[in-house]
Design a protein around this ligand. Sequence first.
Ligand SMILES: [Ca+2]
Length: 483
Amino acid sequence: MKLCKCILIGALLCCSMALGRDEVTNGRRVFDLDVDGVSERDVRDRPNFLFILGDDVTYNDLGCFGGKNAKTPNIDRLASEGIRFNRAYCAMSMCAPFRAELYTGLYPVRNGVAWNHSSAKPSTKSICHYLRDLNYRVGLVGKKHASPSSVFNFENIKAPLAGPDAARFITRDTKEPFCLFACSHNAHPAWRSGDVSKIDVEGMSLPPVIHDNPITRKTFGAYLAEVEELDKEVGAILAMLKETGQADNTIVIFSSEQGWDFAFGKWTNWDIGVRSAMIACWPSRIKPGRETDALIQIADIVPTFISAAGGDPADYDLDGVSFLDVLEGKSDKHRQYVYGLHNNVPEGNPYPIRSIRDDEFHYIVNLNYKQPYHEKHLMSEKIAKRYDLQWWQALKDAAEKGDESAKKLFEKYQNRPAEELYRVDEDPWEMNNLADKPQYAKVKKRLLAELHSWMAKQNDPGGAMDDPKAYGDNQIRRAKQKQ
Ligand SMILES: [Ca+2]
């Protein structure tokens, strides 16, 4: 038997030498033998994975996505060396649901993390299971915000993101590929870690969803300073990867997570809330300087990693779909639709939202639109004494004083219509709601049918989910899992 294995390995080595140089350069050639050594003779590259995650960053604050106010040279360089995804979306613009979607390849209703600070269903599998089955080691350094640990059973690596423990994890065993999630806390409020003196607070241009007043300028400046901190972390992680000699055969993906915890971003289904700045770099496979308009959903990351690792995502019951063909430049199309949902409990009153976008339109349905929207951090006067949360009160004050632009923004945020329809590419800040225009009735009908079909497949009851009892049941489960 030993002799057979030697002959087989020798034959495989000869095969690999006969392959073109491009097929083996920069890649780890792996001889994936079945335990018996005879039935499976798969020869393939198995890249490492480094996923760098920001926290609450709006995509177009990064230079490579058009941002002008913050300097992000490291992230911009990563984009110039790889591919920029112009249309990557998460299903739910909050920390815990985002991470659960990222790590499970499932939408929030199916993985169970459909409220902030909620817990995944115990039967859920995550990237930790899938990649370990393919003989990867899977680690996480930085912010986790995913529970229970039986589902998200990462090897926990001591911070900082580019510290000695992360370097040790990467270099520990060159025969066993790695998958590392490096998750920053920047730029999550309360925005204390950046150097605001580097931001031109007086001169910076404010997007149309931010009312121009001294409080919002100060707040926006503090957030942008933390975006610059995030960029420095990205630079340090990439430098570490290079120093370990692993850069060529590592797929690096950067994602900004969901939008900022600021006006019209996080907690909402508006475009800047659910859109994620996403960049991928893979020197041995991805041509530098590319961009794509392919629609990508964060749930697609798990199957993409499984595919790139040599597995078959079809072996697993996932919502996401591999976009490896887009990564490798073989295709510029991926999904027809990306989907979104919002449950407002426990962050405020029940305010369920569902949304869908295709290449052209973004359609949002506010299921509890007759009530005003309320978010407990932002709209409680007591908590809003924290300076990072004062933009809402400043907007409210300006609106009460009769400022027309403030009144418009205040109304849009608090009192929402039943339906919203935007042409995002032409109207990136979604200021012009087309839902009532008769010429779009057919578009809305089509998108609503698709949305209902998605909800049915997810077993999503819609408004009934955004309920303190439903959330409470999740919390009881969470507490039990911790025992
Ligand atoms: Ca977050």
